[in-house]
Design a protein around this ligand. Structure first.
Ligand code: NAP
Length: 482
């Protein structure tokens, strides 16, 4: 491993689950290892079912009620602290997830924006007014709406954006004044806990936030089922999301699940742009984004020309040591994930596909891989392949492209590359997804815009700072004579 050995000559970080600002005391530890070379990068003190009970009780007992200005100040202070500690956060993300350090730095910038927008939104009034004298059946009254915080929400997050997934739930909750118990991924707990510590440091009343890691049955499942929890906000796999849906009982539920987003390249597309967007979409974040490009659908007439440009571009996405600033693509989350990816590539090849670039793995490091002639029923495109794979499929015309795009169980996002506005609008209308981005990757968004998927990808749009804030509140109306 040569020079990289030095970079991993690090002291593991010893962190803990927290109940309302207090560290949990226990001998039970989770160890976190670098996916790249197996170095121990940290430990976390684990919680048990008694800690879950304590965390729920302390949140419901409440404490200092925050004003809008308090919430603005806490979120904005956290944003400043995050920027002061940006490199430390990026390094922690990279160490525990194997993401390239440049991706990890980018993630801190996204988290900055989430905190900025949540701080701004916390100052805005969210009420509406309905005059009642607007029909012959009306009255001289006005109805007003107010949004009230929930008593308690649970946020469960995945590994693939260790910071951004967490902040996308915590910041909107804080902006509305809703207390949260966070259960981050056991694969990437260090970044999440460090963020929680930053929020406490920024002045968040401790009862507003606990973070618990521990055995699934004792912690995550207990939290999800507890009737005192008023909302479960979950981001993760379809299998776990559906399991939660079946066990959650009578409460609000936000599900943001998997995807297999298409990038649809029409014959009039700008092919330089297409090559760039296909590579960015498929390989950024090691292909581990719910909205990564997981299927490249190219019109038959331009496939060869596109492939030439795409391969040239794809070759520049070199994989290697995640902490090396020159590395573009780090590892996937663990070796098991890389073995799965290698396996789906081999299965596609057995069905007639051709690997044009990559295809091999070393440990958890999966090479950025371009695969041509992928059959429409290949596992890698019917199911979600969470890694740096770029499967190429062709379509004949727009009707075929729409049918192919809609043919899987997922419906998260999509990108359509064309110069023809009429066709672009047809895709917007006919693709069964949460988002259609014209001449962009499926993953494009700003952190405050509405985000979410349909079908197996989720219960519709429920994320993005503004939508999430709605989720973390109840609407109350009151009316007065006017
Ligand atoms: P996962 O295996 O479903 O885990 C997600 C979270 O659920 C983790 O915190 C996990 O805890 C927890 N969990 C596991 N079993 C549970 C149970 N029985 N009850 C309650 N919680 C439970 O997902 P992942 O592998 O971390 O993340 C990758 C997936 O997330 C991909 O499918 C990706 O597409 C999806 N994703 C979707 C979006 C979106 O916005 N649509 C965004 C990002 C990622 P442990 O870690 O302790 O097992």
């Amino acid at each position: 491993m040569g020079s990289s050995e030095k970079k991993y000559d690090i002291q593991p970080q010893h962190l803990s689950s927290y109940i309302a600002g207090k560290k949990i005391q226990s001998d039970s530890l989770l160890e976190v290892f670098s996916p790249y070379n197996g170095t121990l990068v940290g430990t976390v003190t684990l919680a048990d079912s008694h800690d879950v009970e304590a965390a729920i009780s302390v949140a419901l007992a409440k404490g200092e009620v925050t004003s809008r200005y308090d919430r603005f100040t806490i979120l904005d202070k956290t944003r400043q602290l995050l920027m002061e500690n940006q490199e430390d956060f990026a390094r922690t993300i990279s160490l525990e997830s194997g993401l390239a350090i440049r991706e990890a730095m980018y993630e801190t910038k996204r988290a900055h924006d989430v905190l900025l927008f949540a701080a701004m939104e916390s100052l805005k009034d969210d009420g509406q007014v309905f005059s009642c004298d607007i029909s012959p059946n009306g009255k001289n009254r006005k109805i007003f709406t107010v949004r009230e915080p929930l008593n308690l929400a649970v946020a469960i997050t995945p590994f693939n954006h260790p910071l951004n997934q967490v902040i996308h739930k915590i910041a909107p909750a804080i902006a509305t004044g809703t207390p949260v118990i966070l259960k981050p991924s056991e694969k990437t707990p260090l970044t999440a806990i460090k963020l929680v510590e930053l929020l406490y440091k920024a002045g968040l009343p401790p009862y507003m936030l606990s973070v618990l890691l521990g055995p699934t049955k004792e912690v995550a499942e207990k939290l999800v089922k507890d009737p005192r929890v008023e909302l479960v906000s979950f981001t993760g796999s379809v299998a776990v999301g559906k399991h939660i849906a079946n066990s959650v009982g009578y409460k609000k539920l936000i599900l943001e699940l998997g995807g297999n987003d298409p990038l649809i390249i029409l014959e009039d597309a700008d092919l330089d742009q297409a090559a760039f967007l296909a590579a960015e979409g498929a390989f950024r974040n090691s292909g581990q984004r719910c909205t990564a490009v997981k299927r490249i659908l190219v019109q038959e007439s331009i496939k060869e020309k596109f492939l030439e440009k795409f391969l040239e571009k794809a070759k520049t996405y070199t994989s290697g040591d995640p902490l090396d600033p020159d590395t573009v693509v780090g590892t996937v989350i663990n070796e098991a994930a890389a073995i799965y990816l290698e396996d789906v590539v081999n299965k596609a090849v057995a069905k007639g596909a051709n690997v044009l670039l990559g295809g091999k793995r070393t440990g958890a490091l999966m090479e950025p891989t371009v695969i041509d002639n992928v059959p429409r029923d290949a596992q890698m495109v019917v199911q979600e392949s969470f890694g740096p794979l770029a499967p190429i499929l062709t379509f004949t015309d727009v009707t075929d492209a729409i049918a192919l795009s809609n043919s899987t169980a997922f419906g998260l996002s999509s990108g359509v590359l064309t110069q023809n506005m009429e066709l672009a609008i047809r895709f917007v209308k006919e693709l069964q997804v949460g988002t259609v981005n014209i001449n962009e990757v499926p993953g494009y968004r700003i952190e405050s815009s509405p985000f979410g998927g349909i079908k197996d990808s989720g219960l519709g749009i429920k994320e993005g700072v503004i939508e999430a804030m709605k989720g973390f509140t109840y609407v109350k109306t009151f009316s007065i004579p006017w």
